[in-house]
Design a protein around this ligand. Sequence first.
Ligand code: ADP
Ligand code: MG
Length: 246
Amino acid sequence: MSCNGEIICLENIYTAYEGAAYPVIRGISLAIRQGEYAIVGGPNGAGKTTLLESINGMLTITHGNAYVCGMDVRRHGHEIRRKVGYVVQSFYFDPLTPFTAEEVITMGRYGLMGLLKRPGEADYRAAEAAIRLLGLEDIAHKPIGTLSGGQQQKVLIAQNIAKEPELMLLDEPFSNLDLCTREFVSGVLRELSRKGIAVVMVCHAFDGLPDERIRILVMRDGSLCLDETCDPDLVEAKVRRASVVQ
Ligand SMILES: Nc1ncnc2c1ncn2[C@@H]1O[C@H](COP(=O)(O)OP(=O)(O)O)[C@@H](O)[C@H]1O
Ligand SMILES: [Mg+2]
């Protein structure tokens, strides 16, 4: 495989946590184009979160080549993280966190702000657009710590949309959302991908996905064991079959 302008291009990468005896990611090659919408499945501990953090330049890639947004991940992690949205798997807001949902969403712009580090017109506009896109107008002025887990999750997704990323990585973004909200949010993400933003999302619930063919990546034991595009009604069975050791 050779890199050809894809937004993510991994060639046989290995990633190890500091001090660990063995790499968690073992020999993954993957190319994701601009505007692609892909989901990542596989059992707990397979390395899904580690893969997202490798793409984002947060972990040390010990072998192989990795390019994201046209940059070498090993040398430009900081610049890459400015262009990549990352919705983390676990989050917790203290009930007394002194920020409103809108302020948290505007924080998505911080990496893009100039030297003065104060939000300007464009930052407020991007935050407002993200609030509208996810229908958060009614809760935008509430303190983040007083919202439900599902509302907080939507706020974090909006924060990353406000960042106007080239690539959006989401780690189990549906874990706190009901089916109806999952359908709505995955539709919003599909729309983003139509506008050219690549979306790579770890998920376990496949019933809220857009009703169209979808690329599925399945991980097992640090490797990719399935990478194919299939009809929506086959996704669950394929992920399930690929997740168990044959
Ligand atoms: N910070 C860490 N330090 C060392 N090992 C870790 C760390 N985080 C995860 N691991 C290990 O890496 C493997 C993959 O974990 P993870 O990527 O979180 O899996 P998944 O997201 O698929 O559930 C697991 O064996 C886990 O124990
Ligand atoms: Mg995980």
